[in-house]
Design a protein around this ligand. Sequence first.
Ligand code: GLN
Length: 201
Amino acid sequence: MRIGVIAIQGNVSEHVEALERAISQRGEDAQIITIKHKGLVPTCDALVLPGGESTTLGRLLLREGIADEIRAMHTAGMPIMGTCAGLILLAKEGDEQVRKTHQHLLGLMDTQVNRNAFGRQRESFETELDLAFLDAPYNAVFIRAPAITRAGNDVKVLGAIDNMIVAAEQGSLFALAFHPELTSDSRVHQYFLDKVFSNGM
Ligand code: GLN
């Protein structure tokens, strides 16, 4: 089992550590690799798109030829977890700012996103969030967080704050507006790993 973390920018080492911790808790074996260049995504069984700056990430993924590899592996059924900027990149549609700037999105998930849904007043905050796949709330850390503002019929909403969707899945895609890699609670990574280890890609 090989899990890739896109390492162009953003919370990379935190994700690597969180994955390693979660994998050892399960008593399973997996190799975690960081990805900066073309050629590695096709060698992976699962992928993490971390937080960061979605415009920069999107541009570099395209320029490095990684974006097309991700699309192809998605079609082949590879589980992908996108957190924060990763949730934005997974989306089919952005907000007006995304459209105006022709920002590059991977466009895999039938969602529309608002890049900075919580505005300046709430740049970063933590909250006890109810998630559909957990039986007790999760302390979720939000940093200049986006939200899903429209979800297609195939998208399952897993968590929301007011009417802003902050956790969702669609088949092998798993998107979170917060940063599960910044807390020691592994339950969100475990949920993703359940998908990864049960996936017969
Ligand atoms: N809102 C940021 C963006 O548009 C994402 C913030 C984050 O990943 N912490 O890229």
